[in-house]
Design a protein around this ligand. Structure first.
Ligand SMILES: C[S@@+](CC[C@H](N)C(=O)[O-])C[C@H]1O[C@@H](n2cnc3c(N)ncnc32)[C@H](O)[C@@H]1O
Length: 627
């Protein structure tokens, strides 16, 4: 059988599959080599769906058993094409056809139908048909495929059969079906206020973009109760806490500068796929033990309303597909109350390499090849961002916005004595408004101006600002180029106490003249800021302002998800005035320790003043000190 002029031709055996939709018959003396179901599938999926259904399916149905076996790839092609491009009516017809194929005397044909049905949306009838196949005494191989299909489509009826039959299907099928049933019946929620029990050796990792850990540390010191948490260490991208008493997620989510929170479950080898079978099975066992540990179980059971469902995620370690099933199967044996579920799960078990040291403990050489296993609540939307009504494509990373607000010391940073002031702030590239809203949430902001070229972004910023219920702050949003803000938004010279912004970085949206844009940006800042006012922003360039009234006070390299930028703060001073004598917290950073008052030059080592104190924080909650 082959495709000739876009049509499956039966009865030309031995089959020749080498032709394309426009192929001519091969010369009898030179039969093309027999090709696989895969090749036929590739040819079939290129046919128009109408032809696939009206011609190929009709031919397949009328063909002899042998020809049907040779053309079995049609089932896969029909399943794929109609699941993606079929109308509801077409899907219904395909589903009915696939269900009839479950009764085919040939196991291979049933197997292909089993694989195609979940994609098209199987429904109760298909589930019943699969269960009858199971009850009729399917062989081991078919049972395995039935298990895989029922994992995706099975419901209460499948669970009942599993219970009755006691082991007719593998444990993993039971696990997946239980998870799907509980998801459908009650998707559940993470309980923010629940007190999570203290477990031996428990550690909490507050993870953030590298370069922001100093802000996370400082905020943790300020906000968390020292009766409940010790701050144990800080390293690039992570601050580690040791809980001393039961605590809630709500306590941790008072912090705005971290990105995710994870509970340490242990460590495993970071490179399992390159290992021997024995090492692989040890890896499976150790990861399963982390998932089935008392710590994971008690956090998930106490912290979840509804069934505790988790997904497994490998950060930078590939999918580890081959071994994932073994891991979740074994974890289910160890801890059957915890269900693996890749869809809408409330928790994630993350496997994160800790190259060159990190949260896993042990010597540096040992840690190099290790991965930290962490349990993370999956909170979507993030409860800290409840104000977010909508988003824009180039929106800021919200914890970065929160860190910028800390750097700016919103509410008191504009006064030389650090006393409270009523800020007037401006984000010239406000997008969806995160920096302005995060600033106003700190309090002490009288007026927040947002300008952006994009009218959709301004609409989103207005909606977000309104949802944040910032009654003390007057939000004024204007669609305009920041260069026209004086005229369009009526931002007077010397009126702004803080300019805070995540400008275009020239990556997602290409800007033809980045240098020109930033030169104009500094000019606008020098004009709009009042004396003592600050400019806090993310700088993708290595250039600074030429205007002598803008003095650099802080600079820190931050990883913005694969590329580095500098988080910077300038202060508006009277030109020729010396930089303030009393160094602020931030001045103690790059300028005091590394650069003696000059911005860092290309090639100079990153001052990394906060991360250099990451090994341990002496005295638990003591202030980080430059070395
Ligand atoms: C990185 S995004 C800002 C993201 C924003 N902080 C947020 O949280 O959504 C940069 C924004 O600058 C705006 N923009 C680019 N050039 C501009 C210009 N010349 N004047 C004003 N806005 C501009 C873009 O429309 C975009 O919304």
């Amino acid at each position: 059988m082959k495709l000739v002029h876009g049509m499956l031709v039966y009865g030309m055996l031995p089959a020749v599959y080498g032709s394309t939709t426009h192929a001519t018959l091969p010369r009898a003396s030179q039969p093309l080599p027999m090709k696989s179901d895969q090749d036929l599938y590739k040819q079939l999926r290129d046919l128009p769906k109408e032809q696939l259904w009206t011609q190929e399916v009709a031919r397949f149905d009328a063909a002899s058993p042998r020809e049907r076996m040779e053309g079995v790839a049609l089932i896969r092609a029909v399943g794929m094409i109609f699941s993606r491009f079929g109308t509801d009516e077409e899907k219904e017809a395909v589903r009915a056809w696939l269900i009839t194929l479950l009764k085919d005397p040939q196991e291979k044909i049933r197997r292909y139908a089993l694989a195609a049905l979940p994609k098209i949306g199987a429904g109760a009838e298909a589930e019943m048909e699969m269960l009858s196949l199971l009850k009729e005494g399917a062989q081991e191989r078919e049972k395995k495929h039935l298990g895989r299909a029922l994992e995706k489509v099975g419901g209460v009826a499948t669970l009942a059969v599993i219970e009755e039959s006691g082991g007719a299907l593998p444990g993993i099928t039971e696990l997946k079906v239980k998870a799907a049933v509980s998801r459908r019946e009650n998707p559940g929620a993470v309980k923010m206020e629940a007190l999570l029990p203290l477990e031996d050796g428990m550690r909490i990792f507050l993870r953030c973009r590298k370069g922001l850990e100093g802000f996370v540390l400082e905020e943790a010191e300020e906000v968390l109760s020292s009766d409940v948490f010790d701050i144990e260490r800080m390293e690039p991208g992570c601050v580690t806490l040791r809980p001393k008493k039961p605590f809630s997620l709500a306590m941790l989510y008072k912090l705005r500068c971290f990105a995710t929170v994870g509970f340490s479950l242990g460590t495993v080898d970071a490179g399992p796929s390159a290992q021997s079978d024995i090492q692989k099975s040890r890896w499976v066992e150790s990861l399963a033990r982390c998932i089935g540990s008392t710590c994971a179980r008690s956090i998930m059971l106490e912290g979840t309303e509804g069934a505790a469902r988790y997904r497994l995620e490998f950060a930078g370690l590939g999918h580890q597909r081959g071994m994932v099933r073994q891991v979740i199967d074994r974890a289910y044996e160890l801890s059957p109350e915890i269900l693996n579920d890749s869809r809408q799960s409330l928790w994630s078990v993350d496997v994160i390499p800790v190259a060159g040291g990190g949260s896993g403990g042990g010597s540096a050489a040992y840690r190099k090849s290790m991965a930290s296993v962490e349990l993370r609540p999956r909170l979507y939307p993030d409860p800290r961002l409840a104000y977010r009504q909508d988003d824009i494509a180039a929106a800021s990373h919200p914890p970065l916005a929160a860190c910028m607000v800390r750097l700016a010391e919103v509410g008191k940073g504009a006064s030389p004595e650090g006393r409270e002031v009523q800020e007037v702030i401006w984000d010239p590239f406000c997008g969806s408004g995160l920096e302005l809203i995060e600033s106003a949430l700190r309090g002490g902001v009288d007026t927040a101006y947002g300008t952006d070229l994009d009218d959709k972004a301004i609409e989103v910023a207005r909606a977000n600002f309104a949802a944040a219920r910032l009654e003390q702050t007057n939000g004024i949003f204007t669609v305009c180029d920041f260069r026209d803000a004086r005229r369009e938004a009526e931002i007077a010279a010397g009126s702004i106490s803080l300019m805070i912004s995540n400008p275009p970085l020239g990556r997602r949206v290409r800007i033809p003249d980045m240098k020109g844009l930033f030169a104009d940006f500094y000019t606008a800042a020098a004009r709009a800021l009042r004396i003592g006012g600050r400019l806090v922003f993310v700088n993708p360039l290595r250039t600074g302002p030429e205007d002598p009234s803008l003095k650099l006070e802080f600079q820190k390299t931050v990883d913005l998800g694969g590329f580095n930028c500098r988080l910077e703060m300038y202060r508006k001073v009277v030109p020729h005035e010396k930089a303030k004598q009393s160094l602020t917290r931030h001045q103690k950073g790059p300028l005091a320790s590394n650069t003696q008052g000059k911005p860092r030059e290309k090639g100079q080592p990153d001052p990394a003043w906060w991360s250099r104190v990451g090994k341990s924080v002496k005295g638990g909650r003591g202030k980080p000190r430059p070395e």
